[in-house]
Write a protein that binds this ligand. Structure first.
Ligand SMILES: Cc1ncc(COP(=O)(O)O)c(C=O)c1O
Length: 374
């Protein structure tokens, strides 16, 4: 079976993992802090705080932004369901915005239409690693005194107008989950340029304690056993095991980026664009692709996926629109025509770092064969 996605693990990961397992410290420690430094350098942000997942990072960001129950968060319906669960868990109201047909990123014009006096945050996604029009979103947010929290789960290492994606907003949340380009098994983190925000996140991730366990026992030796809870908090730290894998991956980022770029370029040049097949816009020079998606003509989406599955090729749907999910139906605020169209047509093709050229040829050939017969 050719998987739709697969982690890229090798000797570098094994070696650093051995080191951390032997070190006597596997919780949040030196490896996490080194991973944070590497992320900060890549993102050119003043601060980067590693957390347990991107889902938790979005939750923490909404809390730190001062959201209160009843506040509205404008978010694409075309996103990962965990984002909507987090909004609801905090008693906030998801207000779904449509996407643009060109690249399936959030529509700035539709965001503007959805802003009300209750809106507190705009939460855009950079779908597949291609940045949304974040400068226009930031302008809109500034005009309405709203906060921008970027869902950059797909976009670590991507660029927008020469700046790293996630380096310019109030807070940006990243994922280092099992299938992301840079993976910590599970992992997330928040980039910000605001010192006060960074300090609040640091305390929050550590159960509201002023000093972390590592600080108490390794850096500040006055009464290391003594701790004090001084603020609201949660337990959502990264650990040295996950961070060590992340560090090994960061050491390979140039190689991973090059492989992903070659994979995207090949799909872009060789996939057949006929009979209603489209590819949402991607620029392999700036977009560090997390996944590669196509839009099949609606009547053929399921048939094409079944055709590929029967021939040993696994595919996926990123995403079924959230406003059409039974659990979120209460928040369905009317038609989102582009989201609904794309939701019926989108297919993620195998697009992982170590996808073999021969396997990609087979995927492309099978898509072509199917297109010939429809
Ligand atoms: C768009 C989007 N947002 C948020 C997340 C959550 O990331 P995590 O799995 O690290 O919690 C994901 C996960 O893939 C995602 O695709």
């Amino acid at each position: 079976m050719i998987n739709v996605s697969k982690p890229s693990m090798g000797d570098a990961e094994r070696q650093i993992l051995d080191e951390v397992l032997e070190s006597g410290w596997i919780g949040q420690g030196r490896k996490v802090f080194r991973f944070e430094d590497e992320c900060k350098k890549e993102l050119q942000s003043k601060y980067f705080i590693a957390l347990s997942t991107c889902t938790k990072s979005i939750e923490v960001a909404l809390v730190i932004a001062g959201c209160r129950p009843g506040d509205e968060v404008v978010v694409p319906s075309f996103t990962y369901a965990s984002v909507i669960h987090v909004i609801l868990k905090l008693g906030l109201v998801p207000v779904f915005a449509d996407i643009e047909a060109t690249d399936c990123n959030i529509s700035v014009a539709d965001v503007e239409r959805r802003i009300t006096p209750k809106t507190k945050v705009i939460l855009p996604l950079h779908y597949r690693g291609r940045s949304c029009r974040i400068d226009a979103i930031q302008e809109l947010a500034a005009a309405h005194r709203l906060k921008v929290i970027e869902d950059a789960a797909h976009a670590f290492g991507s660029y927008y107008k020469d700046a790293p994606v996630g380096s310019t907003s109030y807070m940006s949340c990243f994922s280092f989950g099992p299938l992301k380009n840079i993976c910590c098994v599970e992992g997330g983190g928040i980039a910000t340029n605001d010192e006060e925000v960074a300090n609040r996140i640091l305390t929050y991730r550590n159960m509201g304690m002023a000093r972390s366990t590592w600080q108490r026992y390794n850096m500040e030796n006055a009464k290391p056993w003594h701790y004090e809870v001084v603020a609201a908090g949660d337990k959502c730290t990264q650990n040295d095991v996950g961070a060590s894998i992340g560090l090994a991956q960061m050491g390979r980022i140039t190689e991973i980026r090059a492989k992903k770029k070659a994979m995207v370029e090949r799909y872009l040049s060789e996939l057949p664009l006929e009979k209603g097949m489209e590819i949402p816009f991607m620029d392999p020079k700036s977009d560090f692709a997390y996944i590669f998606s196509v839009l099949a003509a609606a009547p053929w989406r399921e048939k094409l996926m079944a055709h590929l599955w029967d021939r040993g090729i696994s595919t996926a749907v990123h995403y079924y629109p959230n406003h059409l999910q039974p659990w979120f139906a209460k928040y369905n605020n009317g038609k989102l025509p582009v989201t609904e169209d794309v939701g019926k047509r989108v297919i993620t093709l195998p697009s992982y770092t170590d996808l073999l050229e021969s396997d990609q040829s087979y995927v492309i050939d099978e898509v072509k064969k199917f297109m010939k017969q429809v």
